[in-house]
Design a protein around this ligand. Sequence first.
Ligand SMILES: [Ca+2]
Ligand SMILES: [Ca+2]
Ligand SMILES: [Ca+2]
Ligand SMILES: [Ca+2]
Length: 590
Amino acid sequence: MKKLLLFFLFVSFLFAQNRILIDENYDDWNDVPNLHEDPSGDNSSGTFDFKTMWVTNDDDYLYIRIQTTQKITLVDNNYMTIFIDTDNNSGTGKSVNGIGAELQYTFGTRSGKAFLSVETNIEYDDIGFVGAPTFSGNDFEFVIRRDSRISGADLFQSSTIKIVMAGYTSSSLTDYYDKTPDTGGFEYTFQSGQVDPPPTYSIGKTNAGYLRIMAYNVKQDGIINTDKTTEFSHIFRSIEPEIIGIVESYDASSQQVADRIEFFLPSGEGQNWYNKKEVSDIVLVSRFQIKQSFPIDSDVGHDASGAFLLDLRPKFDSDMLVIVAHPKCCSGDLNDEKRQNQFDAIMGFIRDAVNVGGSLTISPNIPIVIMGDMNLVGDVRQYQTLITGNIYYNGTYGEDFAPDWDGGNLDDAIPYVTNTGMTFTTNPGGYPPGRLDFVVYSGSVMEIVNSYIFDSGNLTNDQLSQFGLDAADTKVSDHLPVVVDFDLSPITGFKKKDESPKEFRLMQNYPNPFNPSTSIQFTIPVETQHAVSLRIFDILGKEIKTLLNKPMQPGEYEIEFNAEDLPSGVYYYRLIIGDFTQTKKMVLLR
Ligand SMILES: [Ca+2]
Ligand SMILES: [Ca+2]
Ligand SMILES: [Ca+2]
Ligand SMILES: [Ca+2]
């Protein structure tokens, strides 16, 4: 008995694993031991060639990652098909490659067949399929629900299964480019054991000093439809956003939308819902004054984005540039072309705003946020334009540029759906849930402290009752709200740079000697339990000023010290983090 217990402990210890996150990042697969390497270049025709397949599971899902040499979109325009022998019996199901498959599912048509007691046509949602990325690539991760039931039978019938994938040339699923494995099936046995919980988040605000942003496609003016008051009111009252970027507000004016939000979230003393509409369906509603707004034109006759300059005072001593975008939907070369123009136009607008001249010039280090339903279901190049400022049609939209103030890329918030490890932002429809709605931001001057994609269907009963929600509320639109809380203290004090420095370090201030202000840089390699404290002393050791005193994330930081009201002389600045102390000298020369 004792031996048996020890054995089980050992097994569960073996399977202690990172949760697989369906999020366009593959670090979570690094320690997955169950993989199959398909030979490179063994494709019999065409350019489609399988590389590595990984397989793992938790209690809810079978997780598979697959690499291909050819760039494809996972859920469209391909005949890549998976076969699973779910009872580990080659004598039952459809015979393929020597296995007897109970499941046949083609990714690009989002449909397939089950061969259980009867043959049944299935769609993606019959097997709980969710995958990433939604735009094109050659490395994909996806899930199949283990509790799927088809025509009254469990899809998975054995703890050991066999898997084959084939890249077919057409919908007849006869000729193929490549298979993996080439003979037989890849055998996988479901494991049990501890898996990390999903990423944490907080529906409510954790600190009133943060800024809460919400991006929401409200589906064809849904927000002004009085039949949908209950659902939208539940959603807005739970989230309590401060800046809301709405798309698909075609018929409604921005004031009509703001009136609805006022009904959901009444303004208090000194509060207002400022609002502005741009192009055909873009509405910004904000607790902060909208100083200026602009349509962002593209050359393709479908203006899809609006830019809004907000004054965040008095809450934050700064302006903020917000772009709400809704580029052309859907797959196909023509739509891809339109979207590329629209992303080029957005990035061209930002380039002109951060440089002097043109219709708008913003001050350095103003936070920039781009949010909305980006419809990124085609070429990954559009996403790269959005993040890196690499404009494709330079002739029309001008030079490439570095979109963040530190000369780097913008950051993609990538929140997870409440209580899951997945990043989809759409409800199931003609296509599986996908990531279409984004919040992208200038990470050098603002930091995410909390974020989530709000799916009431994935909340616990306790959460539903705490926030007065119904599980079906977020079905009111085909898109889910994306919520991000930002800490804007970087813009009022310090600036975060390198993500992963190696040591605690206090750098020499620059310039030195200085008059009247100088910049002090320091690095923190690990998350600190103690407050990070940066203090200024005079030559007699008397403390003059505390520049900083709070716990901080790892990073390289830069903080400005202004000595306007101090006399010339020698001063010291000291960084204190728990047991770590470092002091340096500086000279104020007037
Ligand atoms: Ca992942
Ligand atoms: Ca291959
Ligand atoms: Ca079988
Ligand atoms: Ca092969």
